[in-house]
Design a protein around this ligand. Structure first.
Ligand code: BTN
Length: 267
């Protein structure tokens, strides 16, 4: 059995979000899909939905999100990953940069060694540790945001067919488990979202640069742009120094990849 710290999370967050609730499910297709379904059916209260297992986890750009691990780990009370979504009505002055603000809050809550790969992937030592998927539903006058986060807690038991190698939080926090990680990230995340809603991304730019995995690195974008990453602007657009000048990448449909440093070859 997994011992979630649901009550402590509720006590920390409910003063910030009245009518907030915490819900833990043993299994669901996807916490994001479920909160989007609920929002479209008119359930618009703020909620933290945690799933111990997702059967159809989704990632950005139509990808799937697999939690790794196996049933043995789950039965033993040690989940291989943390998967949750935070749903809440949101009225920011400007939505640009929300995903960066969320990623920044997650890394700052967990460990100084974690970095961000624009727009919001969490990496550790050039491997992916966590992913974030933000979706919104317009229901009447309300825009409901669903912020889904998946964090690898333990090393994967399987051999993943992923383009990027996975990292796990236990590499930097040896005794961490999914409930502890959830308790670390939730209240700061709610605070960060509230602050973003009133102040936008601008005040977070310096903190983002301090965690920016791409800064100064050569990169390739899925739309063909190549160049050297130069950080982000005040609305969170990625700045790329190309042969044709400085380009701003705003589209979340574009994926970027650092060019691996050449390995020394032996004669
Ligand atoms: C990505 O890296 O492409 C984003 C991955 C987001 C995964 C999380 S796990 C909880 C929530 N439910 C989902 O189906 N996806 C997000």
């Amino acid at each position: 059995m997994v011992r979630w710290k649901a009550e402590a999370i509720w006590e920390a967050v409910s003063p910030l979000l009245p009518t907030f609730s915490v819900e833990i499910l043993p299994e669901i297709d996807s916490t994001n899909t479920e909160l989007m379904r609920r929002a479209r059916a008119g359930q618009l209260e703020p909620v933290l939905l945690v799933a111990e297992r997702q059967s159809a986890g989704r990632g950005r750009l139509g990808r799937t999100w697999s939690s790794g691990g196996d049933a043995t780990q789950t039965d033993g009370g040690s989940l291989p990953s943390l998967t949750f979504s935070l749903g809440l009505p949101l009225v920011p002055q400007d939505w640009s940069g929300l995903s960066l603000a969320v990623g920044l809050s997650v890394v700052e809550s967990l460990h100084p060694a974690l970095q961000l790969k624009w727009p919001n992937d969490v990496w550790l030592q050039d491997r992916k540790l966590a992913g974030i998927l933000i979706e919104t539903a317009n229901v009447g006058d309300v825009r409901y945001a669903v912020i889904g986060v998946g964090i690898n807690i333990l090393p994967r038991g399987d051999v993943p067919r992923l383009s990027t190698l996975p990292a796990a939080l236990c590499e930097v926090l040896p005794n961490v488990d999914a409930p502890t990680a959830l308790a670390l990230v939730t209240a700061p995340l709610v605070n960060a979202i509230r602050r973003f809603a009133s102040e936008g991304f601008g005040p977070l730019r310096t903190a983002f640069h301090a965690r920016d995995l791409l800064y100064g690195r050569e990169l390739v974008c899925s739309d063909g742009v190549t160049g050297i990453a130069r950080g982000v602007d005040a609305i969170g657009a990625l700045l790329v120094h190309t042969d044709h000048g400085l380009k701003k990448i705003t589209s979340s449909e574009v994926s970027v990849r650092p060019v691996p440093a050449p390995t020394a070859s032996t004669p």
